[in-house]
Design a binder for this molecule. Structure first.
Ligand SMILES: Cc1ncc(COP(=O)(O)O)c(C=O)c1O
Length: 442
Protein backbone atom coordinates (compact mmCIF):
# COMPACT_ATOMS: atom_id res chain seq x y z
CA UNK A 1 0.00 0.00 0.00
CA UNK A 2 1.18 3.51 -0.76
CA UNK A 3 3.12 5.53 1.80
CA UNK A 4 0.60 8.33 1.37
CA UNK A 5 -1.73 6.37 3.61
CA UNK A 6 0.53 7.02 6.57
CA UNK A 7 0.96 10.76 6.05
CA UNK A 8 -1.44 13.22 7.61
CA UNK A 9 -0.75 16.87 6.81
CA UNK A 10 0.03 18.62 10.06
CA UNK A 11 -1.17 22.07 9.05
CA UNK A 12 -4.65 22.20 7.65
CA UNK A 13 -5.12 25.95 7.71
CA UNK A 14 -3.89 26.98 4.24
CA UNK A 15 -6.58 25.13 2.34
CA UNK A 16 -9.96 26.92 2.45
CA UNK A 17 -12.21 23.96 1.79
CA UNK A 18 -15.23 24.25 -0.55
CA UNK A 19 -18.78 23.72 0.77
CA UNK A 20 -17.29 22.52 4.06
CA UNK A 21 -17.65 23.41 7.73
CA UNK A 22 -13.92 24.26 7.77
CA UNK A 23 -13.51 24.70 11.53
CA UNK A 24 -15.36 21.50 12.39
CA UNK A 25 -13.43 19.54 9.75
CA UNK A 26 -10.04 20.78 10.85
CA UNK A 27 -10.73 19.76 14.45
CA UNK A 28 -11.58 16.19 13.41
CA UNK A 29 -10.44 15.66 9.79
CA UNK A 30 -11.98 12.98 7.61
CA UNK A 31 -9.14 12.11 5.24
CA UNK A 32 -9.34 9.79 2.25
CA UNK A 33 -6.07 8.43 0.93
CA UNK A 34 -6.99 5.75 -1.60
CA UNK A 35 -9.97 4.16 -3.30
CA UNK A 36 -10.87 0.98 -5.17
CA UNK A 37 -14.23 -0.02 -6.67
CA UNK A 38 -16.87 0.55 -3.94
CA UNK A 39 -14.53 1.65 -1.15
CA UNK A 40 -12.36 4.47 0.05
CA UNK A 41 -9.43 3.91 2.39
CA UNK A 42 -8.84 6.54 5.06
CA UNK A 43 -5.41 7.84 6.08
CA UNK A 44 -5.67 5.62 9.16
CA UNK A 45 -6.31 2.58 7.00
CA UNK A 46 -10.08 2.12 7.47
CA UNK A 47 -12.34 0.95 4.61
CA UNK A 48 -15.31 3.23 3.87
CA UNK A 49 -18.22 2.03 1.73
CA UNK A 50 -18.98 4.75 -0.82
CA UNK A 51 -22.70 5.47 -0.62
CA UNK A 52 -22.51 8.63 -2.71
CA UNK A 53 -20.28 7.83 -5.71
CA UNK A 54 -17.92 10.49 -4.38
CA UNK A 55 -20.07 13.53 -5.11
CA UNK A 56 -22.63 11.85 -7.39
CA UNK A 57 -19.92 11.31 -9.98
CA UNK A 58 -17.97 8.06 -9.65
CA UNK A 59 -20.65 6.02 -11.42
CA UNK A 60 -18.27 3.24 -12.54
CA UNK A 61 -16.64 2.90 -9.11
CA UNK A 62 -13.12 3.89 -8.11
CA UNK A 63 -9.76 3.48 -9.83
CA UNK A 64 -11.17 1.44 -12.70
CA UNK A 65 -8.38 0.04 -14.90
CA UNK A 66 -9.60 1.26 -18.32
CA UNK A 67 -9.86 4.81 -17.07
CA UNK A 68 -6.51 4.76 -15.28
CA UNK A 69 -4.73 3.28 -18.31
CA UNK A 70 -6.36 5.71 -20.73
CA UNK A 71 -5.21 8.68 -18.65
CA UNK A 72 -1.69 7.32 -18.23
CA UNK A 73 -1.10 6.70 -21.91
CA UNK A 74 -2.73 9.96 -23.04
CA UNK A 75 -0.59 11.98 -20.62
CA UNK A 76 2.51 10.49 -22.23
CA UNK A 77 1.31 11.07 -25.81
CA UNK A 78 -0.50 14.41 -26.10
CA UNK A 79 -0.82 16.34 -22.86
CA UNK A 80 -2.53 19.51 -24.04
CA UNK A 81 -3.72 20.95 -27.32
CA UNK A 82 -5.14 24.47 -27.70
CA UNK A 83 -8.91 24.30 -27.50
CA UNK A 84 -9.49 27.28 -29.79
CA UNK A 85 -8.93 27.07 -33.57
CA UNK A 86 -7.12 23.71 -33.11
CA UNK A 87 -8.30 20.16 -32.62
CA UNK A 88 -7.03 16.71 -31.72
CA UNK A 89 -8.51 13.35 -32.74
CA UNK A 90 -9.87 12.03 -29.48
CA UNK A 91 -12.05 15.04 -28.72
CA UNK A 92 -13.92 14.31 -31.97
CA UNK A 93 -14.03 10.60 -31.16
CA UNK A 94 -15.46 11.38 -27.72
CA UNK A 95 -18.10 13.75 -29.12
CA UNK A 96 -19.27 11.00 -31.49
CA UNK A 97 -19.32 8.39 -28.74
CA UNK A 98 -21.38 10.71 -26.56
CA UNK A 99 -23.85 11.54 -29.33
CA UNK A 100 -24.24 7.77 -29.90
CA UNK A 101 -25.60 7.25 -26.37
CA UNK A 102 -27.41 10.60 -26.03
CA UNK A 103 -31.20 10.89 -26.17
CA UNK A 104 -32.58 11.15 -29.68
CA UNK A 105 -32.24 14.58 -31.22
CA UNK A 106 -29.05 15.48 -29.33
CA UNK A 107 -26.53 15.68 -32.15
CA UNK A 108 -23.78 18.03 -31.00
CA UNK A 109 -21.61 18.37 -27.91
CA UNK A 110 -19.83 21.40 -26.42
CA UNK A 111 -17.15 20.57 -23.82
CA UNK A 112 -16.65 22.29 -20.48
CA UNK A 113 -14.85 21.35 -17.25
CA UNK A 114 -17.63 21.16 -14.69
CA UNK A 115 -21.35 21.16 -14.15
CA UNK A 116 -21.29 24.85 -13.30
CA UNK A 117 -19.59 25.64 -16.60
CA UNK A 118 -22.02 23.41 -18.49
CA UNK A 119 -24.88 25.41 -17.01
CA UNK A 120 -23.35 28.80 -17.91
CA UNK A 121 -22.69 27.48 -21.41
CA UNK A 122 -26.27 26.28 -21.84
CA UNK A 123 -27.80 29.54 -20.59
CA UNK A 124 -25.60 31.60 -22.92
CA UNK A 125 -26.35 29.29 -25.83
CA UNK A 126 -30.08 29.65 -25.24
CA UNK A 127 -30.01 33.44 -25.24
CA UNK A 128 -27.64 33.60 -28.22
CA UNK A 129 -29.74 31.05 -30.13
CA UNK A 130 -32.81 33.26 -30.01
CA UNK A 131 -30.71 36.24 -31.05
CA UNK A 132 -29.28 34.48 -34.11
CA UNK A 133 -32.81 33.42 -35.00
CA UNK A 134 -33.91 37.09 -34.93
CA UNK A 135 -35.65 36.98 -31.53
CA UNK A 136 -33.15 39.02 -29.54
CA UNK A 137 -35.77 40.06 -26.97
CA UNK A 138 -35.90 36.51 -25.63
CA UNK A 139 -33.41 36.92 -22.79
CA UNK A 140 -35.33 35.87 -19.70
CA UNK A 141 -34.35 32.64 -17.93
CA UNK A 142 -36.71 30.58 -15.80
CA UNK A 143 -35.36 28.29 -13.09
CA UNK A 144 -37.06 26.60 -10.18
CA UNK A 145 -37.12 27.01 -6.41
CA UNK A 146 -34.72 24.58 -4.72
CA UNK A 147 -32.92 23.98 -8.03
CA UNK A 148 -29.14 23.52 -8.02
CA UNK A 149 -27.25 24.52 -11.14
CA UNK A 150 -23.75 24.98 -9.81
CA UNK A 151 -22.18 27.99 -8.23
CA UNK A 152 -21.44 30.53 -10.95
CA UNK A 153 -23.56 33.64 -11.33
CA UNK A 154 -25.89 32.28 -14.00
CA UNK A 155 -26.34 29.02 -12.14
CA UNK A 156 -27.11 30.58 -8.77
CA UNK A 157 -29.46 33.05 -10.44
CA UNK A 158 -31.63 30.35 -12.00
CA UNK A 159 -31.00 28.09 -9.02
CA UNK A 160 -33.24 28.22 -6.01
CA UNK A 161 -31.21 27.22 -2.96
CA UNK A 162 -31.36 30.18 -0.62
CA UNK A 163 -28.00 29.75 1.11
CA UNK A 164 -26.23 29.58 -2.28
CA UNK A 165 -27.81 32.89 -3.35
CA UNK A 166 -28.30 35.21 -0.40
CA UNK A 167 -24.63 36.18 0.12
CA UNK A 168 -23.97 37.18 -3.46
CA UNK A 169 -25.80 40.37 -4.29
CA UNK A 170 -28.37 40.94 -6.96
CA UNK A 171 -27.39 38.07 -9.29
CA UNK A 172 -28.56 38.08 -12.93
CA UNK A 173 -31.53 40.23 -13.83
CA UNK A 174 -34.44 38.88 -15.86
CA UNK A 175 -34.80 35.59 -14.01
CA UNK A 176 -37.99 34.06 -12.64
CA UNK A 177 -38.65 30.78 -10.84
CA UNK A 178 -41.16 27.97 -10.97
CA UNK A 179 -42.30 26.63 -7.60
CA UNK A 180 -40.54 23.51 -6.34
CA UNK A 181 -42.43 20.22 -6.40
CA UNK A 182 -41.89 18.99 -2.84
CA UNK A 183 -45.33 18.20 -1.39
CA UNK A 184 -44.62 16.02 1.65
CA UNK A 185 -48.14 16.30 3.05
CA UNK A 186 -49.44 14.50 -0.04
CA UNK A 187 -46.48 12.51 -1.34
CA UNK A 188 -44.45 11.35 1.69
CA UNK A 189 -43.01 7.83 1.38
CA UNK A 190 -43.84 7.60 -2.33
CA UNK A 191 -41.87 4.94 -4.16
CA UNK A 192 -40.66 6.46 -7.43
CA UNK A 193 -42.59 9.29 -9.07
CA UNK A 194 -45.14 11.01 -6.80
CA UNK A 195 -48.84 11.07 -7.72
CA UNK A 196 -49.48 14.68 -6.78
CA UNK A 197 -48.11 17.89 -8.21
CA UNK A 198 -48.35 17.74 -12.02
CA UNK A 199 -50.39 20.97 -11.88
CA UNK A 200 -47.30 22.81 -10.61
CA UNK A 201 -46.01 22.75 -14.20
CA UNK A 202 -48.89 25.05 -15.12
CA UNK A 203 -47.15 27.77 -13.12
CA UNK A 204 -45.03 28.16 -16.23
CA UNK A 205 -48.13 29.42 -18.06
CA UNK A 206 -48.59 32.03 -15.32
CA UNK A 207 -44.97 33.16 -15.67
CA UNK A 208 -45.34 33.32 -19.46
CA UNK A 209 -48.46 35.43 -19.08
CA UNK A 210 -46.64 37.77 -16.69
CA UNK A 211 -43.55 38.35 -18.85
CA UNK A 212 -44.83 37.42 -22.34
CA UNK A 213 -43.31 34.48 -24.19
CA UNK A 214 -41.44 36.84 -26.53
CA UNK A 215 -39.11 37.77 -23.63
CA UNK A 216 -38.32 34.24 -22.42
CA UNK A 217 -35.30 32.30 -23.70
CA UNK A 218 -35.29 29.11 -21.67
CA UNK A 219 -36.52 27.08 -18.74
CA UNK A 220 -33.88 25.10 -16.85
CA UNK A 221 -34.68 22.29 -14.41
CA UNK A 222 -33.00 19.23 -12.99
CA UNK A 223 -35.24 16.33 -14.06
CA UNK A 224 -34.70 15.00 -10.52
CA UNK A 225 -33.53 17.75 -8.20
CA UNK A 226 -30.49 16.21 -6.49
CA UNK A 227 -28.47 18.55 -4.32
CA UNK A 228 -31.51 20.07 -2.62
CA UNK A 229 -32.29 16.63 -1.21
CA UNK A 230 -33.71 14.49 -4.01
CA UNK A 231 -37.04 15.83 -5.24
CA UNK A 232 -38.57 13.49 -7.78
CA UNK A 233 -40.86 15.05 -10.39
CA UNK A 234 -44.57 14.30 -10.01
CA UNK A 235 -46.02 11.99 -12.66
CA UNK A 236 -46.50 13.89 -15.94
CA UNK A 237 -44.77 17.05 -14.70
CA UNK A 238 -41.80 17.07 -17.09
CA UNK A 239 -44.00 16.22 -20.08
CA UNK A 240 -46.22 19.17 -19.18
CA UNK A 241 -43.22 21.52 -18.96
CA UNK A 242 -42.11 20.28 -22.39
CA UNK A 243 -45.56 20.95 -23.86
CA UNK A 244 -45.72 24.49 -22.50
CA UNK A 245 -42.17 25.32 -23.63
CA UNK A 246 -42.87 24.02 -27.14
CA UNK A 247 -46.13 25.95 -27.34
CA UNK A 248 -44.36 29.22 -26.53
CA UNK A 249 -41.08 28.71 -28.41
CA UNK A 250 -39.11 28.50 -25.14
CA UNK A 251 -36.06 26.21 -24.96
CA UNK A 252 -36.14 23.49 -22.32
CA UNK A 253 -32.82 22.73 -20.64
CA UNK A 254 -32.42 19.58 -18.56
CA UNK A 255 -29.58 19.85 -16.09
CA UNK A 256 -28.47 16.23 -16.02
CA UNK A 257 -25.22 16.75 -14.16
CA UNK A 258 -26.44 14.17 -11.63
CA UNK A 259 -29.02 12.19 -13.62
CA UNK A 260 -26.83 11.71 -16.71
CA UNK A 261 -24.84 8.51 -17.29
CA UNK A 262 -26.99 5.82 -15.78
CA UNK A 263 -28.06 7.20 -12.42
CA UNK A 264 -31.76 6.44 -13.06
CA UNK A 265 -31.15 3.12 -14.81
CA UNK A 266 -31.29 4.71 -18.25
CA UNK A 267 -28.43 6.57 -19.95
CA UNK A 268 -30.12 9.93 -19.27
CA UNK A 269 -33.18 11.14 -17.37
CA UNK A 270 -34.58 12.33 -20.70
CA UNK A 271 -34.77 8.62 -21.63
CA UNK A 272 -36.30 7.66 -18.29
CA UNK A 273 -39.09 10.24 -18.49
CA UNK A 274 -39.39 10.05 -22.28
CA UNK A 275 -39.12 13.81 -22.58
CA UNK A 276 -36.65 15.37 -25.00
CA UNK A 277 -35.30 18.75 -23.99
CA UNK A 278 -33.47 21.12 -26.33
CA UNK A 279 -30.25 21.20 -24.33
CA UNK A 280 -28.80 18.77 -21.78
CA UNK A 281 -26.05 19.81 -19.39
CA UNK A 282 -23.77 17.11 -17.99
CA UNK A 283 -20.49 16.68 -16.09
CA UNK A 284 -19.59 14.30 -13.21
CA UNK A 285 -20.33 10.84 -14.70
CA UNK A 286 -19.04 11.80 -18.15
CA UNK A 287 -15.50 11.17 -16.89
CA UNK A 288 -16.40 9.23 -13.74
CA UNK A 289 -15.31 12.29 -11.77
CA UNK A 290 -11.69 11.34 -12.38
CA UNK A 291 -10.61 14.31 -14.47
CA UNK A 292 -12.82 17.42 -14.48
CA UNK A 293 -15.06 17.48 -17.55
CA UNK A 294 -18.50 18.65 -18.60
CA UNK A 295 -20.47 18.20 -21.81
CA UNK A 296 -23.43 20.18 -23.12
CA UNK A 297 -25.63 18.35 -25.63
CA UNK A 298 -27.70 20.32 -28.13
CA UNK A 299 -30.06 19.61 -30.98
CA UNK A 300 -29.16 20.04 -34.62
CA UNK A 301 -31.59 22.94 -34.80
CA UNK A 302 -29.71 24.88 -32.13
CA UNK A 303 -26.26 24.05 -33.48
CA UNK A 304 -27.17 24.82 -37.08
CA UNK A 305 -28.72 28.16 -36.19
CA UNK A 306 -25.23 29.40 -35.31
CA UNK A 307 -23.58 28.10 -38.50
CA UNK A 308 -24.20 31.18 -40.60
CA UNK A 309 -22.16 34.21 -41.67
CA UNK A 310 -18.65 34.30 -43.13
CA UNK A 311 -16.92 30.93 -42.67
CA UNK A 312 -13.73 32.38 -41.18
CA UNK A 313 -15.71 33.93 -38.32
CA UNK A 314 -16.12 32.30 -34.90
CA UNK A 315 -19.80 31.36 -34.59
CA UNK A 316 -20.13 31.21 -30.78
CA UNK A 317 -17.89 33.44 -28.67
CA UNK A 318 -17.58 31.06 -25.77
CA UNK A 319 -15.25 28.29 -24.61
CA UNK A 320 -12.67 27.34 -22.00
CA UNK A 321 -8.92 26.79 -22.17
CA UNK A 322 -9.56 23.22 -21.09
CA UNK A 323 -12.65 22.48 -23.24
CA UNK A 324 -11.97 18.97 -24.56
CA UNK A 325 -8.60 18.66 -22.82
CA UNK A 326 -6.96 15.50 -24.22
CA UNK A 327 -6.43 13.82 -20.86
CA UNK A 328 -10.01 14.55 -19.80
CA UNK A 329 -11.18 13.11 -23.14
CA UNK A 330 -9.12 9.97 -22.52
CA UNK A 331 -10.67 9.63 -19.07
CA UNK A 332 -14.14 10.01 -20.59
CA UNK A 333 -13.44 7.42 -23.29
CA UNK A 334 -12.16 4.98 -20.65
CA UNK A 335 -15.31 5.73 -18.67
CA UNK A 336 -17.63 5.11 -21.64
CA UNK A 337 -15.80 1.84 -22.39
CA UNK A 338 -16.31 0.76 -18.79
CA UNK A 339 -20.00 1.71 -18.85
CA UNK A 340 -20.47 -0.20 -22.12
CA UNK A 341 -18.53 -3.33 -21.17
CA UNK A 342 -20.24 -3.66 -17.79
CA UNK A 343 -23.72 -2.51 -18.84
CA UNK A 344 -23.62 0.23 -16.22
CA UNK A 345 -25.85 2.75 -17.98
CA UNK A 346 -28.79 0.42 -17.42
CA UNK A 347 -27.64 -1.50 -14.35
CA UNK A 348 -29.54 0.90 -12.09
CA UNK A 349 -32.79 -0.45 -13.58
CA UNK A 350 -31.89 -3.99 -12.51
CA UNK A 351 -31.16 -2.88 -8.96
CA UNK A 352 -33.88 -0.23 -8.60
CA UNK A 353 -36.54 -2.32 -6.90
CA UNK A 354 -34.04 -3.93 -4.49
CA UNK A 355 -32.72 -0.46 -3.70
CA UNK A 356 -36.25 0.86 -3.21
CA UNK A 357 -37.19 -1.92 -0.78
CA UNK A 358 -33.96 -1.50 1.17
CA UNK A 359 -34.45 2.26 1.51
CA UNK A 360 -38.09 2.03 2.50
CA UNK A 361 -37.21 -0.52 5.18
CA UNK A 362 -36.00 2.56 7.11
CA UNK A 363 -39.58 3.77 7.53
CA UNK A 364 -40.34 3.93 11.23
CA UNK A 365 -36.71 4.38 12.31
CA UNK A 366 -36.09 7.35 14.66
CA UNK A 367 -36.42 10.87 13.15
CA UNK A 368 -37.48 9.67 9.66
CA UNK A 369 -40.32 11.73 8.15
CA UNK A 370 -40.04 10.82 4.44
CA UNK A 371 -38.21 8.43 2.12
CA UNK A 372 -37.85 9.01 -1.63
CA UNK A 373 -36.22 6.97 -4.38
CA UNK A 374 -35.74 6.69 -8.12
CA UNK A 375 -33.18 4.66 -10.06
CA UNK A 376 -30.13 4.42 -7.80
CA UNK A 377 -30.90 7.60 -5.89
CA UNK A 378 -32.43 7.69 -2.46
CA UNK A 379 -33.27 10.24 0.21
CA UNK A 380 -34.19 9.89 3.85
CA UNK A 381 -35.63 13.09 5.25
CA UNK A 382 -35.24 13.63 9.00
CA UNK A 383 -37.22 15.75 11.39
CA UNK A 384 -34.93 18.73 12.14
CA UNK A 385 -33.93 19.36 15.76
CA UNK A 386 -36.09 22.30 16.86
CA UNK A 387 -34.04 25.51 16.59
CA UNK A 388 -31.05 23.61 15.21
CA UNK A 389 -31.72 22.69 11.59
CA UNK A 390 -29.19 20.47 9.76
CA UNK A 391 -27.48 19.34 13.00
CA UNK A 392 -29.15 15.94 13.22
CA UNK A 393 -28.34 14.95 9.63
CA UNK A 394 -24.79 16.25 9.96
CA UNK A 395 -24.27 14.12 13.09
CA UNK A 396 -25.59 11.13 11.15
CA UNK A 397 -23.05 11.85 8.39
CA UNK A 398 -20.14 12.05 10.85
CA UNK A 399 -21.25 8.90 12.68
CA UNK A 400 -21.70 7.00 9.42
CA UNK A 401 -18.15 7.90 8.41
CA UNK A 402 -16.88 6.68 11.77
CA UNK A 403 -18.75 3.41 11.25
CA UNK A 404 -17.42 2.95 7.69
CA UNK A 405 -19.91 4.47 5.24
CA UNK A 406 -19.86 7.65 3.21
CA UNK A 407 -23.32 9.23 3.02
CA UNK A 408 -24.23 12.78 2.07
CA UNK A 409 -26.50 15.25 3.78
CA UNK A 410 -28.15 18.42 2.68
CA UNK A 411 -30.23 20.26 5.22
CA UNK A 412 -31.82 17.47 7.25
CA UNK A 413 -31.94 15.07 4.32
CA UNK A 414 -29.62 12.10 3.84
CA UNK A 415 -29.00 11.58 0.11
CA UNK A 416 -27.61 8.32 -1.23
CA UNK A 417 -26.30 7.64 -4.77
CA UNK A 418 -23.80 4.78 -4.77
CA UNK A 419 -21.59 3.80 -7.69
CA UNK A 420 -23.60 1.80 -10.23
CA UNK A 421 -21.42 -1.27 -9.56
CA UNK A 422 -22.86 -1.70 -6.06
CA UNK A 423 -23.96 -5.26 -5.16
CA UNK A 424 -27.15 -6.21 -3.34
CA UNK A 425 -25.06 -7.18 -0.32
CA UNK A 426 -23.45 -3.75 -0.30
CA UNK A 427 -26.87 -2.09 -0.56
CA UNK A 428 -27.88 -3.99 2.60
CA UNK A 429 -24.65 -2.96 4.29
CA UNK A 430 -25.14 0.71 3.39
CA UNK A 431 -28.73 0.78 4.60
CA UNK A 432 -27.74 -1.00 7.82
CA UNK A 433 -25.17 1.71 8.49
CA UNK A 434 -27.88 4.34 8.02
CA UNK A 435 -30.27 2.42 10.28
CA UNK A 436 -27.66 2.21 13.02
CA UNK A 437 -26.73 5.89 12.90
CA UNK A 438 -30.41 6.92 12.96
CA UNK A 439 -30.68 4.96 16.20
CA UNK A 440 -27.55 6.63 17.56
CA UNK A 441 -28.13 10.34 16.82
CA UNK A 442 -30.09 12.66 19.12
C1 LIG B 1 -27.69 19.49 -11.28
C2 LIG B 1 -26.34 20.07 -11.08
N1 LIG B 1 -25.92 21.07 -11.87
C3 LIG B 1 -24.70 21.62 -11.73
C4 LIG B 1 -23.84 21.17 -10.77
C5 LIG B 1 -22.49 21.81 -10.61
O1 LIG B 1 -21.48 20.95 -10.96
P1 LIG B 1 -19.97 21.30 -10.56
O2 LIG B 1 -19.85 21.16 -9.09
O3 LIG B 1 -19.18 20.28 -11.36
O4 LIG B 1 -19.69 22.70 -11.03
C6 LIG B 1 -24.22 20.13 -9.93
C7 LIG B 1 -23.32 19.63 -8.88
O5 LIG B 1 -23.69 18.88 -8.00
C8 LIG B 1 -25.51 19.58 -10.07
O6 LIG B 1 -25.96 18.60 -9.27
Amino acid sequence: MSNRLKVTPNDLSAFWMPFTANRQFKQAPRMLAAAKDMHYTTTDGRQILDGTAGLWCVNAGHCRPKITEAIQSQAAELDYAPAFQMGHPIVFELANRLVDIAPKGMEHVFFTNSGSESVETALKMAIAYHRVKGEGARTRLIGRERGYHGVNFGGISVGGIVSNRKMFGTLLGGVDHLPHTHLPAKNAYTRGEPEYGVELANELERIVTLHDASTIAAVIVEPVAGSTGVLIPPKGYLKKLREICTKHGILLIFDEVITGFGRLGTPFAADYFDVTPDIITTAKGVSNGVIPMGAVFVTKDIHDAFMTGPEHMIEFFHGYTYSGNPIACAAALGTLDTYRDEGLLTRGAELASYWEDALHSLKGEPHVIDIRNIGLIGAIELEPIAGNPTKRAFSAFVKAFERGALIRTTGDIIALSPPLIITKGQIDELIDHVREVLRMVD
